[in-house]
Design a protein around this ligand. Structure first.
Ligand code: FES
Ligand code: FES
Length: 166
């Protein structure tokens, strides 16, 4: 039986009817139209559905929406600030950490979760932090370099790409 839950997503409240087995991925993508969160394997193997829940990276395909009431949920759509990309988004973009882009939202959310826990990870810690995110295109090197650039402060005070700008 469906029940109403109040979910806080990207800083906004959403009152939604959910079934007990609706996943957070289903809710953000199909009910709210936030399709930046991707669905690949839907069984915890690929990481493309990663979001932040209370600042920790979590797999939204394995998370029941009903269990997220009262928590702070952030999807890739919620990373921009005043129309500008987040530093991790900017670094992935500029360091060529994107090819087809399917894995990219999950990679970025995992990197954000890693940096929330540890703002200065080593290269090995970055590899471990992103080890749950599969990418068929980039070979991972550019992604790791992008996160290293953020850790090194290369993107902290740089003008960021304005979303929607030419
Ligand atoms: S879709 Fe969630 S881990 Fe693959
Ligand atoms: S950029 Fe294509 S799967 Fe990662």
């Amino acid at each position: 039986m469906k029940q109403e839950v109040l979910l806080n997503i990207n800083g906004s409240p959403y009152e939604i009817m959910v079934a007990p087995n609706d996943t957070l991925a289903d809710v953000v993508r199909r009910k709210l139209g936030m399709t930046g969160t991707k669905l690949g394997c839907e069984q915890g193997d690929c990481g493309t559905c990663t979001v932040l829940i209370d600042d920790k990276s979590q797999l939204s395909c394995l998370t029941l929406a009903i269990a997220c009431e009262g928590k702070d949920i952030r999807t890739i759509e919620g990373l921009e600030s005043n129309g500008s990309l987040d530093p991790v988004q900017q670094a992935i973009l500029e360091k060529n950490g994107v090819q087809c882009g399917f894995c990219t939202p999950g990679v970025i959310m995992s990197a954000k979760g890693l940096l929330n826990d540890n703002p200065t990870p080593t290269r090995e810690e970055i590899k471990v932090g992103l080890s749950g995110n599969l990418c068929r295109c980039t070979g991972y090197e550019k992604i790791i370099e992008a996160v290293e650039a953020v850790v090194d402060g290369e993107y902290s005070d740089q003008a960021k790409t304005q979303i929607g700008a030419e």
